[in-house]
Write a protein that binds this ligand. Sequence first.
Ligand code: AMP
Ligand code: ZN
Length: 116
Amino acid sequence: MTTATQCIFCSIARDTANPDVLYRDDRCFVVRDINPKSPVHLLVIPNMHIASLAYVGPGQVPVMGHLFVVAEEMARRENVTLSGYRLTLNQGPDAQQTIAHPHVHLMGGRQLGDMG
Ligand code: AMP
Ligand code: ZN
């Protein structure tokens, strides 16, 4: 299991001077995906390392809900609120999750295909 000391998203969270961070507050931060799948492809990432959604309980509801509030704010900044966008949170192997620190993908700027 990836620990917080090995986790790439935790290292970005710790680097408060990282110029790639588009948005930051006390609960989350936002970066552009390094391998974008759409013209707008951002990641909204909690500061806290949570190895799996299995560890999300009532105590994490404020931070997890906040990710969606920040995603909408970022969509507005990226001018995709009217054209539309997709929020995706991959969990586990079948969803092809590659980084074991929860993150919401915000994708837009083109017609997105069917989910599948
Ligand atoms: P997932 O497959 O849902 O775990 O998504 C992980 C995403 O993180 C992928 O879309 C990667 O392209 C992206 N990614 C990996 N490393 C970085 C990084 N250092 N900065 C920004 N995005 C990254
Ligand atoms: Zn982490």
